[in-house]
Design a protein around this ligand. Structure first.
Ligand SMILES: [Zn+2]
Length: 167
């Protein structure tokens, strides 16, 4: 491509990275043209600009009734959220250490009474601090999906607790 085309493409990239306020480099600039500033872009913004809002995660998973109906776990309602939790775990290098708990099991492991785990809505994900924080930031940028997003140290140790919404 020509020098002018290259400059045009670079300023397009800069506008994408920095938002509408960014201005194009003057064509006469003699500075190296490859300089960009992706370091200032938030992690969530990088994810959504690079891969779309879903990041391979089925973000509509919360749009069904809560999985526990009349005290019984309904697999067809539970599976979409479990799938989303697994996709989040895979995406951020975490693994799931707790998911649905019967009320009796929940009491045994020291879960809060009425925990979203007993309603088939909550999943605990474990990994390195930084991976858990990245997953937490992603979840917080998808508030429509979750009613609880926290990294806390209860029961089996530090983990990311994700509690899905239900319709
Ligand atoms: Zn939990």
């Amino acid at each position: 491509m020509s020098y002018q085309e290259a400059l045009g493409r670079i300023s397009d990239i800069q506008r994408q990275a920095a938002g509408p306020a960014a201005t194009a480099q003057p064509a006469a600039a003699e500075t190296p043209v490859a300089a960009t500033s992706s370091g200032s872009t938030s992690f969530a913004a990088q994810l959504s600009s690079a891969q779309g809002a879903t990041d391979g995660i089925p973000v509509a998973a919360y749009k069904s009734a809560q999985p526990v109906q009349n005290g019984k776990l309904v697999e067809s309602l539970y599976a979409p959220r479990e799938q989303a939790a697994k996709a989040i775990a895979a995406r951020f290098g975490l693994h799931i250490t707790s998911s649905y708990r019967s009320p009796a099991h929940n009491a045994e492991v020291g879960g809060v009474p009425n925990s979203l785990h007993t309603r088939g809505l909550a999943f605990d994900l474990v990994g390195s601090d930084s991976q858990m924080q990245k997953a937490k930031a992603w979840a917080e940028s998808h508030k429509e999906m979750f009613q609880e997003v926290l990294v806390h140290d209860v029961g089996s140790g530090l983990h990311l607790h994700l509690g899905f919404r239900s319709s």
